[in-house]
Each structure stands twice: as structure tokens, then as C-alpha cells.
Design a protein. Sequence first.
Length: 225
Amino acid sequence: MTNEKNMKKIAAEHAAKYVQDGMRIGLGTGSTAYYAILKIGEMVRGGLNIQAVATSEASERLAVEQGISLTPVQHMDRLDLTIDGADELDDRLRLIKGGGGALLREKITAYQSDRLVIVADEVKQVTQLGAFPLPVEIVPFAYEWTVQSLARLGCSVQIRRNLSEGFYVTDNGNYIADCKFQLITHPEELSMRLGSIPGVVEHGLFIGMADQAIIGCQDGTVRIL
Ligand code: 5RP
């Protein structure tokens, strides 16, 4: 039996094997993507040559610490591969992301990538999305109204807070509304409805974006979806 950290590490290190010389790579955010960045850093220090973009300031700092130099996005057209985590995924590779607050940069990066590989521990794989509160990035202006609009979709909404009890502010200067639906029966429809609310910058439903998921399992193996 392997623990949660190891499941994440096994999945992330498996995904890092897809990184090849000359590739343009998107670096994800979170405790699973962390292991992918460590592994890629090791490969770079061993002579691998890549161009990379990070999906958060935290991943940017980690990448630089690991010796991965980051390339300004204007110098790259598409990315070959992005490796990122998820908070939930179903067997159709529909995802909830944003638990780490980086969903906007993650979605922009995923959209620009030829291949999005998700790395996760097996607890994240679900039959239906929704137990994990769906993170929605919203602008601070009139956020109370945006929260009301979100609640009308049938969820309970919490604005994410810091340990210091102030509102959590994303790398883009926005708030995160965590929307608890319990069960998301029609993710595609919900995605469209969320996208039509003024004040919503982006939401954490990633549909039709992931190409593959690598799941680290308790028995120490990986499951590929
Ligand atoms: C950050 C994310 C993360 O990928 C997601 O929260 C999973 O994180 P972890 O690997 O720490 O469980 O979407 O915004």
C-alpha cells in the first residue's frame, strides 16, 4: 500500500517520461504537478533542452529553483505538452480544477497545448463530478452579485479565504468562489451557464481538454485513462 504522496509522485514521474528534447512544456500547479516539475528539473539539469511556461507564480518559482528556465509566452506559439493535476476527474476525462487557485492560467495553458496530460492519485477519479466544490474565479467588483448569480445555479457558494481570514487573491488579482453542487449531472451545460455570468472570469470545469490521465494507485502502479 502506497500513501497519497507516493501515488502523486508515481503518476507525475510517469508523465515526465513524455517530455522530450526540444519540446515546449506547460508546467501545472499543485502537489502532484510539483513532482512532475521536480522530475523535469532533474532531466534539465541532466542536459534536456526544453522551453517551459508555468501555470502559477508558485510553479514559476519552483521551476526556476529546479533550473528550468521559463520562456515568455510571446516567444512560443503552441505548447507540445502540459502536465497538470486535477481535483476530480471522471472516466470521460472531464475535470474539476482550481483547488490550488490557478485555474485561469491552467485553462489558458491547457487550451494552447497540443496535449494535456493529467496526473492524479486514484482518490481523484470519480463516477460523477461534484463532491469537490467547483472553484470559480470572479472579479472583486460587485462579487456579492456574482455570488448570488452562482447560487441561482443550485450550489452553495463560499468565497475562499486565507489562513489570515482575508479573501484569497489569485495570481490575477481575483477572488475564488468555491461552489458546492454535491453532484454535477450535466457538466457541459453547467460550463456554458457559468461562462455566461458577468463577473465570472473562468471556472474550474475542464471539458474536452485533457487527452490522457495518469492515475497513481495504492498498489504502486499507474492506471492510464
Ligand atoms: C490548481 C489545480 C491543481 O491541479 C489541483 O488542485 C490538484 O492539486 P493537487 O495535485 O495538489 O491535489 O487545479 O489550481
